[in-house]
Design a protein around this ligand. Structure first.
Ligand code: HEM
Length: 164
């Protein structure tokens, strides 16, 4: 796994948040293109956009423009991650994240959809992510292009791009 390498892998997840056991032993040793010293979640302020009820459909979330997501002041220095155009406030969850804090901090104010779906299932999102939703947005960029995936010599997805 070139983009991210993990030290150890033994996180566990139970079916409910309250009974969950989350071990914090997934410190990445290497993340391509990310300068660890640039990561700064300084002094998060209270919610400007509080988490919404879990039964609220995504389409009903307040719309927050990309400029607000990108700007640390505008989001009160909170750890916002964008996955499939939904904003997740992970400020309080980051210390419990089994994948460690470095990966989360490195995507603050950015889109990390494909990276998220490489490591998590719909169930992870439902149990742990849904309660972190604060809004929806559009146009927030992922800093990394998703690498092509192959089965044998056959590329999956990105069919328009031809062969490397
Ligand atoms: C809303 C945001 C996120 C939530 C709610 C979340 C939640 C979780 C949970 C519940 C696990 C444990 C999975 C298990 O037991 O199998 C996990 C593991 C992990 N997460 Fe996240 N995560 C989030 C964002 C991210 C992001 C943005 C990245 C990377 C870019 C990431 C990387 C990882 C990694 C590497 C693991 C360990 C995977 C493994 O065990 O193989 N997470 N996360």
């Amino acid at each position: 796994m070139g983009w991210l390498q993990l030290n150890r892998q033994y996180a566990t997840l139970s079916s409910t948040h309250t009974n969950s056991t989350l071990h914090k032993d997934h410190s990445p040793t290497h993340i391509e293109g990310i300068h660890i010293e640039d990561i700064h979640i300084n002094n998060p302020q209270p919610h400007r956009y509080p988490p919404v009820a879990t039964d609220l459909p995504d389409a009903s979330l307040p719309f927050i423009p990309a400029s607000t997501v990108l700007d640390a002041e505008s989001r009160n220095h909170r750890l916002w991650l964008v996955i499939d155009n939904i904003i997740y406030d992970s400020t309080d969850f980051v210390s419990e994240h089994p994948g460690g804090s470095t990966v989360m901090n490195s995507f603050v104010g950015k889109d990390c959809s494909w990276q998220f779906w490489r490591f998590h299932t719909e169930e992870h999102m439902k149990v742990y992510g849904r309660g972190l939703r604060v809004g929806r947005t559009k146009g927030v960029k992922n800093p990394f292009r998703e690498p092509a995936r192959y089965v044998g010599l056959r590329r999956l997805g990105n069919a328009d791009e031809g062969w490397d």
